[in-house]
Design a protein around this ligand. Structure first.
Ligand SMILES: N[C@@H](CCC(=O)N[C@@H](CS)C(=O)NCC(=O)O)C(=O)O
Length: 258
């Protein structure tokens, strides 16, 4: 059945989208072969884009105001009953229940939702906590010039220092690297327990893989001089092979008219 889904994503100044959270949903849309159109919104315009359309906020800002984030979707396949959602994992859960994958290709096979939630939270999301110490400058450079002041203001308010001083330097930086390497080694050891394929569950890709891909691909896309090169050199090159395994689901749009 042709679907009519509007998918909200964030443009960058580099060639491709790089939000770790929006990639989760984009991969799911492409994997499931659903028709969607991308509507791009800069970070500074997310609230103004989402609020009038009834897209719900996903959190609360430090000043108590609602926080709007992407990804979000509006599924207008049934125009009399549009489905409006934000938050990556609930969106994927919705897509999987509204448009079920074939047996053997489910994004939440068996009763793995709880286990996958743990992998998303404690692996995919945890990896993103390394970004500020290793790649704040790289993230800043990936922003379009018009978005850089907004990004700088948010980072400086969050860390209480000039943006240029957020990244770890010298011995502290090496300690952060060591911790990231140990985390990836732990993930590698876990993945090795399934030897039938490259994904978390072996041959069958799942929602948790989309989340892990999002975090790794973000590192790769924003990569300052050494970030991706180091990760790619770990664990026998597993992470480069892992990111490559998603290439069939990486289209930026698939609407017939676009
Ligand atoms: N829990 C949300 C998090 C999404 C999120 O944080 N998205 C970022 C982009 S990577 C965002 O929209 N940030 C808006 C902002 O920082 O104002 C999800 O899983 O979708």
């Amino acid at each position: 059945m042709p679907t009519d889904i509007l998918f909200f994503d964030i443009p960058t100044a580099v060639s491709r989208a790089n939000s770790p959270y929006t990639w989760r949903v984009r991969l799911a849309l492409n994997y499931k072969g659903l028709n969607y159109r991308t509507q791009w919104a800069h970070v500074s315009a997310i609230e103004a884009t989402c609020k009038p359309l009834g897209v719900p906020p996903t959190g609360v800002k430090s000043n108590g105001q609602p926080l709007y984030t992407l990804p979000a979707i509006i599924d207008r396949t049934d125009p009399s009953n549009p489905v409006i959602l934000s938050n990556s994992i609930p969106i994927i859960e919705y897509l999987e229940s509204a448009y079920p994958s074939a047996p053997g290709a489910e994004l939440f096979p068996g009763e793995t939702k709880a286990l996958q939630a743990l992998v998303v939270q404690f692996v995919a999301n945890k990896l993103l906590t390394f970004v500020s110490k290793l790649a704040t400058g790289a993230m800043y450079r990936c922003k379009p010039a018009s978005e850089q002041p907004n990004f700088r203001a948010k980072i400086e308010a969050r860390f209480g220092t000039p943006l240029e001083e957020v990244e770890a330097k010298g011995a502290e930086r090496e300690a952060v690297w060591k911790e990231l390497e140990q985390t990836m080694k732990f993930v590698q050891d876990a993945f090795e327990r399934n030897d039938s394929g490259v994904f978390l569950m072996g041959r069958q890709v799942s929602c948790a893989d989309f989340a892990l891909f999002g975090s790794l691909f973000f590192f790769k896309e924003i990569s300052p001089e050494d970030l991706w090169a180091r990760i790619a050199s770990w664990d026998g090159g597993r992470w480069e092979r892992y990111v490559d395994a998603f290439k069939d689901w990486m289209a930026l749009d698939n609407h017939p008219a676009s």
